[in-house]
Design a protein around this ligand. Structure first.
Ligand code: PXP
Length: 392
């Protein structure tokens, strides 16, 4: 979603706070049907907003929010087409007003963002009493809508049940059954079930895929390599979607993203073959611009951004990978791809990824199944859901 954020306040807010504000801005852009436009949002302090207020509006003193609409149809040098304009919010004034009104700073910032967006769309409370009332009513409508269904935009949680099958295969018997596990995950609130049918059948078997096709009530996502045999099975069974992944026989788990740039021709044919039969395709890729552009060029419906490097690193390095995922999600969404993410996500590292506004779904397996061994699958799923649903 093309909302760009910058923070020019001398006391930067915590990253989690910024993520919440970014998510609210993304929500507003979607609710106001301008998610495709570019909006720049700047959080600053009273001194800077007072200077801008003086320069551009000839008014003295700080104010809470200023909006500068890009002129319709005109494109300024350095300004991308589709630019809606800029919203500048003083965190100092917002905090002061929040205290006076007995509101949280988040609630105040949401109102200021809504106010700013409406100005960019041509609403103006200074024109007349009637317009002021109409604008106020629209703001209240947005606040009510957000409090009711703001969570609509939370990412969905899809659960990979491969490792239930790994335990079963350890003895080659019937238990535990990934089909039963999938039902428990769905009852606990998962919005999708993911399985990886590997060529070596080390965990999921064809029998699991066929039964899950009949029993999954939410969405069955079949992860697979682009091998002929597996493509034929996918076409015959018809999962709700396919995620293409690179598959190496000796790897412990999927190691990196697909190289869509290098394998464009072959992957384009596989994507077309599956999508022509009504099976939307996701490509599991590293969060890199070239891979995203290639995924778009070959007509994929989704990309799943590989979160492995983010998950495997700590400190600054982890933040660097998070920033890459954020930028990749924004680009993919701008190009019209639906954005999923996954790999290596656990109870400690999922929240910052779940808070990325453009991510539609998270695919998590190992951490949930491992925790289930100690606390039970229902509880393990619900605990992860609580993290995902409160991350915004
Ligand atoms: N997404 C993809 C494409 C994967 O290959 C896997 C691992 O099977 C996952 C997500 C889930 O990863 P994890 O088991 O580490 O949560």
């Amino acid at each position: 979603m093309p909302v760009s954020f910058s923070l020019r306040h001398p006391k930067p807010a915590a990253p989690a706070t910024i993520r919440r504000w970014r998510r609210r801005a993304a929500w507003l852009a979607r609710a106001l049907a301008v998610a495709e436009r570019d909006v720049s949002i700047v959080f600053t302090n009273d001194a800077e907003i007072a200077a801008l207020n003086q320069n551009y509006r000839l008014r003295e003193g700080a104010t809470n929010v200023l909006s500068f609409a890009a002129l319709d149809g005109e494109v300024f040098p350095g300004q991308p087409p589709g630019d809606l304009g800029e919203i500048i919010i003083s965190v100092d004034t917002a905090a002061r007003e929040a205290r006076q009104l007995g509101q949280s700073l988040d609630a105040r910032v949401f109102w200021l963002l809504a106010h700013g967006f409406l100005h960019l769309l041509g609403w103006d409370h200074e024109n007349s009493q009637a317009e002021a009332e109409a604008m106020r009513a629209k703001e209240l409508e947005l606040i009510e809508q957000f409090s009711k269904n703001g969570r609509y935009f939370m990412p969905k949680l899809a659960i990979n049940v491969d490792h239930i099958a790994t335990i079963r295969q350890a003895r080659g018997g019937h238990e535990p059954d990934p089909v039963t596990a999938a039902a428990i995950c769905e009852l606990a609130g998962a919005k999708g079930i993911v399985i990886h049918l590997r060529e070596d059948r080390r965990h999921i078997q064809e029998r699991d895929l066929r039964l899950l096709r009949q029993t999954v009530k939410t969405k069955l996502n079949l992860e697979m390599g682009a091998a002929k045999e597996i493509i034929a099975i996918a076409l015959e069974v018809g999962p709700d979607m396919v995620t293409l992944v690179p598959e190496k026989r000796r790897e412990l788990t999927t190691e990196g993203g697909l190289d869509v740039v290098a394998g464009k021709m072959k992957l384009a044919a596989v994507v077309a073959r599956l999508q022509d039969e009504g099976i939307p395709v996701s490509l599991f890729i590293d969060p890199e611009e070239a891979q995203i552009e290639a995924a778009r060029e070959i007509g994929a419906t989704f990309v799943e951004l590989h979160t492995g490097k983010y998950a495997d690193n700590k400190g600054e390095e982890r933040l660097h990978h998070l920033a890459q995922i954020e930028a990749a999600a924004a680009l993919a969404s701008r190009l019209g791809l639906i954005v999923n993410a996954g790999h290596g996500l656990d109870y400690g590292n999922t929240a910052p990824v779940a808070a990325i506004a453009e991510i539609d779904e998270l695919s998590i397996g190992h951490a949930i199944i491992s925790r289930a061994a100690f606390v039970g699958l229902d509880k393990a799923v619900r605990e992860m859901l609580a993290i995902v649903e409160t991350a915004g």
